[in-house]
Structure formats: C-alpha cells, structure tokens
Design a protein around this ligand. Structure first.
Ligand SMILES: C[S@@+](CC[C@H](N)C(=O)[O-])C[C@H]1O[C@@H](n2cnc3c(N)ncnc32)[C@H](O)[C@@H]1O
Length: 273
C-alpha cells in the first residue's frame, strides 16, 4: 500500500524533485546513477510527482552530480575508515546505501526535523546511519556529531536555499568543528541561480532560492583560510557524458571546449580543510 507522508514545508518539499529525478534516471535505458532505493521510495510513496516537468537534461544532471559527490565521499572514506560522513540537506537521498562505507564509519544525514522523521519512516534503520533533524542555519546542530574524527561533508542541492552569509557561516562552523576533512557540493554560479529561478523544471523551487551564486571556485578559500580547493569538477568534462543521449552529449561536448563554457553546466566544488 502506498505511504502518504504528512505535508512538508515548500523548502522541504524540494527533496521530491531530486528524488524523482534519480528514480527516473534509474528507470531510463542508460542510467547514470542507477539508484534503486530512489526508485523504490518513489514507487511506494503517494505523491503528485507529475507536477514536476523534468527534462531529460535535468534528470541526467541530478544523477551525475550525485554520482560525483558519491565518488568524493567514498574516496575519502576508503582513505579514512575512522571518519564520519555528513550529508547536508539529505532529503530522502540514500547516499549511504549507494556508497556502502566501511562499518567503522558513522554517517549523518542532516535535514529539517520533518524530513528526518519521514526518512525514518521510509528507510530501514542502519546501525551506523544517524539522522539529525535540524536547521543548518542554527549554530548547535553539530553538537551531537563527534568532533575528534576527520569528516567528509557533502551537500547535494542545498546551496541555493541559503543566503551567502548563511552558507559562509555553515562552512566556518564545519571547519572549526572537525580536525580535518573535505567538503564537496554542487555549486551554483550566478548563471545557474538565474536558470534555477526561470527554468520550467525548477519552477517549484524558484521562489525559495536565496543564494546569489558563486562564480570563482577560489572564493570560498577567502571565507576561511583553512579551506583549500582540491578540484573544480566540471561535469561536462566527466566520463559519464559518453553515456548521455546524442543531443545532450553533443551539447556537453561543445560546452567542454572551454572552461568558461563548461561553467555554464553543473560544477561540483571540492575542498579540503
Ligand atoms: C533540493 S533538496 C535536495 C535533497 C537531497 N540532497 C537530494 O539530493 O535529494 C534540498 C534539501 O535541503 C534541505 N534544506 C534546505 N534548507 C535547509 C536548512 N536550512 N536546514 C536543513 N535542511 C535544509 C531541504 O529540506 C531539502 O531536503
């Protein structure tokens, strides 16, 4: 029988857009991420998914950026099996299931309390997975997370919902809480913010976008001197592009010819501290 969740706030509700995109990627003929759990949750959850008008491009984009963040997290956890992993604004994403970290890792999915309650209803409990129900703009949510272990912190689809000051403060709190670690997230350039506000596929979240966007991957290094850029991952230059449908693949190849054009596509910022 289909599960119906209590109504979520508009900002929490944004999680269904990315969840549905990952489910549609799984159902496509050439999945990029192939997230079986997303497909199962969408199948089991009574929700009006048809209100989203997701283009193939957006579906691929959501799947590819999740894959890149999975790679960052699993690479770090393989090198640091005593670490903790954090997914900020986790929604109903099953990143921990996808990356399957060593049993010594503790994984924290952080989102508003209503979302964490929904996660716990939908997902079987896993011993090393912890839900933290909190507003990431508040200062004390990190208190329940160990501060003596290295951390890999990912945020998929979160940045756009925070003001620049809130985003900078979040970085600073994370960097001062952990002894060392890595942070990776899909960045929104000023162009991407304008696109998110005006594209049909993201109309449901347009009014919730607060970030002005960041164009320079070195800008966060100026927010906190401990932060060092590892890589600006330009998704149009990543190997998954070879699997894209022809028209989208050719468009990505065109953008990939210059860094400036590549930044019109999705970019993942990856730092160490
Ligand atoms: C677009 S959804 C992405 C969800 C998930 N990362 C994914 O890829 O499916 C954005 C998520 O960020 C969460 N979020 C936004 N602002 C937040 C805040 N201030 N504190 C905690 N969570 C927040 C929302 O509740 C939502 O689950």
């Amino acid at each position: 029988m289909a599960i119906t969740l209590p109504a979520l706030t508009p900002i929490e509700d944004s999680l269904f857009l990315t969840l549905y995109a990952r489910a549609l990627d799984k159902r496509s003929s050439r999945p990029i991420l192939a997230d079986k759990t997303a497909d199962e949750i969408v199948h089991n959850l009574d929700y009006d998914y048809q209100k989203f008008h997701l283009s193939t491009n957006l579906i691929i984009n959501v799947a590819q950026r999740a894959k890149k963040l999975d790679e960052v997290a699993s690479g770090f956890l393989a090198r640091n099996p005593d670490a903790v992993g954090l997914d900020l604004g986790a929604g109903l994403d099953s990143r921990m299931v996808r990356i399957d970290p060593p049993p010594t890792v503790d994984w924290y999915d952080v989102d508003f309390p209503g979302v964490i309650t929904a996660r716990e209803r939908l997902r079987p409990h896993h011993g090393n997975a912890h839900g933290v129900g909190a507003d990431l703009r508040e200062p004390h949510w990190l208190d329940s997370i160990p501060s003596d272990r290295p951390a890999v912190i990912v945020a998929d689809g979160l940045m756009a919902f925070l003001t620049q000051d809130e985003w900078v403060s979040l970085h600073n709190r994370l960097i001062s809480h952990f002894p060392s670690g890595e942070i990776a997230y899909n960045n929104y350039t000023k162009f991407a913010i304008r696109a998110a506000k005006h594209s049909r596929g993201t109309q449901s979240v347009a009014d919730l976008v607060k970030s002005p966007g960041v164009d320079d991957p070195h800008e966060p290094e100026r927010w906190n001197p401990k932060l060092k850029l590892i890589k600006e991952i330009l998704l149009v230059r990543e190997p998954e592009v070879a699997e894209f449908p022809t028209a989208i693949r050719l468009y990505n190849r065109l953008l990939a010819t210059s860094t400036a054009l590549s930044r019109k596509g999705t970019v993942v910022f990856h730092y160490r501290f």
